[in-house]
Design a protein around this ligand. Structure first.
Ligand SMILES: [Fe+2]
Ligand SMILES: [Fe+2]
Length: 467
């Protein structure tokens, strides 16, 4: 994202009035729940993988700095995942989240009965048998190419995002090589044995243990781990995990309400503290994760943020309010990571079931953000971005007396952003059309003054010479 040229953002960040100190572990463990949504994992997957992976790392005797890299790599291992969701959905012709969850329990690197079953279940769910047979054969023939493409996308993007947050190259390379296998049949580079970064090997094993333990059982997780020792997994790590299991320490705290607290307490070395700019960087990175989910929303969070700051500027709001609006706008659609691309990219009308899933996303955004106590005001605004003044919005059906100016600004910016972007069923709309559509909802559904401020912002955008 490049918002450095925005005068509103410059004004917000240059005041230096907003001072804060926030633990990186608090922010990342909270936002990792958004990454679990993308993968259709049982909530807490990233923090549980972190608990298990850190125990393996400690047992191996890793240095403190390696453990620090491992800690954040485990929490953020799925940060590139949203970027291949649309492609996965396109390849399978079906729900990307469901497929992503199932793919972790099947050995997809070779043609097998399980692999064919996986393709059969996940491809073209609405289609007839013959059409499915063709798709499964097609998937089988294109297996190498498809695996390389979807995994490559995720690896590359995941590594780049953690670099941008300011985490180390070791952390980035662990995420990049997460899907490599000990026998050289993994992706994206078919690395073999010790050529695979050690931290990446731990990530792969910790991920496997949690997915199997939560989807099937802890016993299945262990049995399959041993079965894949030397093929998927480093035999030495398998030995360490098995010994942790025998001593009763492998899964301590996993699946309990305290699992996130335990992870926050186990950050190695000195507690990493974020200043204001770094908190913004993390928010920007997660906005990118949301935007990467669909080609139709590749600019959505960023565009909404630009508009929201532009409107806030018209109201002359102070730096603290602009900071709040900035972050709420960036993160308002975090919960959309739970919506399958089969819905997000659908060219036709949504059915009732699909619409129900869409309507849940603001609440999910709110719940994820509320895990960070100092983000409570951000969580509130994010949860209300689809509310309307007359009570017809969702998910709460709030009315004018309950919606703040900040809520109204982000809601207006969201509508402006959505109308100006391409959608599967229509192209992005020109400014006059956007104004007439929003104008029809003034003043009963949307705020009149915020609309006037939006118009001034739009005018300023169009009168600014392009460089
Ligand atoms: Fe939304
Ligand atoms: Fe949105």
């Amino acid at each position: 994202m490049n918002m450095q040229d925005s005068p509103e953002l410059q004004a917000t960040l240059s005041t230096g009035e907003v001072k804060e100190q926030l633990a990186l572990s608090e922010v990342i463990t909270a936002l990792s729940f958004a990454l679990d949504l993308t993968e259709d994992a049982v909530p807490g997957h990233a923090v549980r993988s972190c608990l298990v992976g850190m125990r393996i790392g400690r047992q191996l005797g890793l240095q403190e700095n390696q453990l620090h890299d491992l800690y954040y790599a485990l929490l953020l291992k799925d940060i590139g995942c949203s970027s291949n969701a649309a492609r996965m959905c396109q390849i399978l012709g079906a729900d990307d989240r469901e497929a992503k969850r199932r793919v972790k329990t099947v050995d997809w690197t070779r043609i097998s009965v399980d692999g064919l079953k996986l393709a059969w279940v996940n491809s073209l769910p609405e289609a007839g048998a013959l059409q499915k047979v063709f798709r499964v054969v097609e998937l089988g023939l294109g297996r190498e190419r498809n695996n390389a493409e979807v995994i490559g996308l995720r690896c590359e993007r995941g590594a780049n995002i953690v670099r941008r947050i300011g985490l180390s190259e070791q952390c980035a390379s662990a995420i990049y090589s997460l899907d490599e296998h000990w026998n050289g049949k993994g992706y994206p580079d078919h690395l073999r044995g010790e050529a695979i970064p050690l931290l990446a090997r731990i990530l792969g094993l910790a991920q496997h243990l949690d997915v199997f333990a939560t989807d099937l059982s802890r016993e299945r997780a262990l049995v399959t781990m041993v079965e894949r020792s030397g093929s998927w997994f480093d035999p030495e790590l398998v030995r360490v995990a098995a010994s942790l299991y025998r001593s009763g320490n492998l899964w301590t705290g996993c699946g309990t309400p305290e699992e996130r607290d335990l992870v926050m307490e186990m950050e190695p070395g000195q507690l990493a503290i974020l200043g204001t700019d770094q908190v913004d960087q993390v928010c920007e990175a997660f906005a990118d994760v949301v935007d990467a989910k669909s080609p139709f929303t590749y600019h959505h969070s960023v565009g909404v943020t630009e508009a929201a700051l532009g409107i806030a500027h018209q109201f002359g709001l102070n730096a603290e309010r602009r900071q709040l609006i900035y972050r709420a706008a960036l993160l308002h659609d975090l919960g959309k990571l739970r919506v399958s691309n089969a819905i997000l990219d659908k060219p036709g009308k949504l059915d009732d079931e699909e619409w129900k899933v869409v309507r849940e996303h603001p609440l999910l955004s709110q719940q994820i953000l509320a895990r960070i106590p100092s983000f409570a005001p951000i969580a509130t605004i994010a949860g209300r971005h689809h509310e309307k003044l007359d009570g017809t919005g969702y998910p709460f059906g709030l009315n004018a007396s309950q919606l703040s100016l900040d809520d109204r600004i982000v809601a207006m910016a969201d509508i402006y952003g959505a109308l100006s972007e391409n959608r599967p069923y229509r192209a992005g709309l020109p400014p006059e059309r956007i104004l007439s559509i929003i104008g029809a909802d003034i003043p009963h559904k949307l705020d009149h003054e915020v609309f006037e401020a939006l118009k001034r912002f739009m005018l300023s955008q169009h009168s600014t010479p392009q460089s």
